[in-house]
Structure formats: C-alpha cells, structure tokens
Design a protein around this ligand. Sequence first.
Ligand SMILES: Cc1cc2nc3c(=O)[nH]c(=O)nc-3n(C[C@H](O)[C@H](O)[C@H](O)COP(=O)(O)O)c2cc1C
Length: 199
Amino acid sequence: MTDADLGQPLPLPTPSPEFQARLATRRSAPAQALAAPGPSRDEIGRILTLGARSPDHGALFPWRFVVMGPQSRAALADALLPHADRQPDPGKARKVLAKLTAAPVSILVVSAPAPSAKPVWEQQLSAGAVCMNLEHAANALGYSSSWITDWYSYDSQTLELLGVTEDERVAGFVHIGTLAEPPLERQRPDLSQKVVYRS
Ligand SMILES: Cc1cc2nc3c(=O)[nH]c(=O)nc-3n(C[C@H](O)[C@H](O)[C@H](O)COP(=O)(O)O)c2cc1C
C-alpha cells in the first residue's frame, strides 16, 4: 500500500468456503519437523506484509521483526547452551533448542509498546495478532508454521542475546517451512463451555 491508497475503499468480505476450510483445518507444525523448502526472500517479504496488516489500536505498529536464517539461529542456539544449564530442567532446556534451529526461516516477533500511548496490554495483544497473521500468511503461501516462545524468551540474560530490550517482550518465534508428514488433529475446545449467547 502507498500513501495514495489511504482512504481508498477496500473490498467487503464475501463468503469463501475455501477460506473457511483453510481456517477449519489450520494446524501448527511441530517446529522441529519443519524442513526445506522454506519461503524465498520475496515470499518472506510478502508474509511480513500480510502479517503486519493486523489490528492495532492507534496505528502504533507496536512490534518489530527479526528475520533469522539458519546461520544466525545456529549461532544463537550455541550462545544459549550455557544458559540452558541454568534452567530448572537443563536437559529439557537443551532439547527444545532443536525447535529453534530446524526450520528454514524464523521470524522473531518482538512486542515493542510505545510509551504512554494506548494501554500496553492492547499493544501486546496486537503483537500476538501479528504472530497469528504471519502464520496465516505463511500457510496461504503453502508453508507450515509454528509459533514458539520457550524458556529463552523469558530469561533476562537470553533476551539480551536476542537483542530484546527491557521495554520489549518476545511475542514469539514464527518458524516457517515444509512438513514431510501431515500434522495430526489435536483436541479442540468444547464451545458450549466457552460461549454464552445474549440477546
Ligand atoms: C504465545 C504462544 C507461545 C507458544 N510457545 C510454545 C512453545 O514454546 N512450545 C510449544 O511447543 N508450543 C508453543 N505454543 C503452541 C503452538 O504454537 C501451537 O499453538 C500448539 O502446538 C497447538 O497447535 P495448534 O495451533 O494447531 O492448535 C505457543 C503458542 C502461543 C500462542
């Protein structure tokens, strides 16, 4: 979109059985099973453009992206190893690093709230919406994806390694690639326990 597009009418939603079917079968990938092929540089740009088209209160765009290929993630996983040993379950903390390095490409989504603007909670929710839309966008381009945080997203020392400042938080790593095997369905909520209808 350019400035010339601002204020231009956009298409209204129309019924789309295909869109519904895609949403009805949406499934996260096991991150460690994501493999090549991954999106090209152009496709990554498209995924980011679609993902960034997410709700946010006040057009603050309170998030940023770090696009990570295999080299930077391998270096990060190496740097994280000694920190894994500080975790309550070092074996598990080491093991989950495989989720960080498997996929062809990963997008680190950093929640970066603007000070004294809209409520921080809303700005953080917007970063979550971006993660979800990145996944939808990756899926729309024919890739599988996985939204992961893991322990290194919550440790002050490892956040420094990620380049995430004290005012920011990790919304997630959106790992993108291709699955050799279809994912298996998992339990879904019983909506009768979650929904009330009011007149
Ligand atoms: C904010 C957030 C963080 C997550 N972090 C992890 C994680 O660290 N490890 C993991 O296995 N799944 C994590 N998940 C869950 C997966 O992304 C995925 O939603 C889950 O496996 C269920 O699959 P589904 O999306 O197909 O329902 C996270 C989800 C969210 C929303």
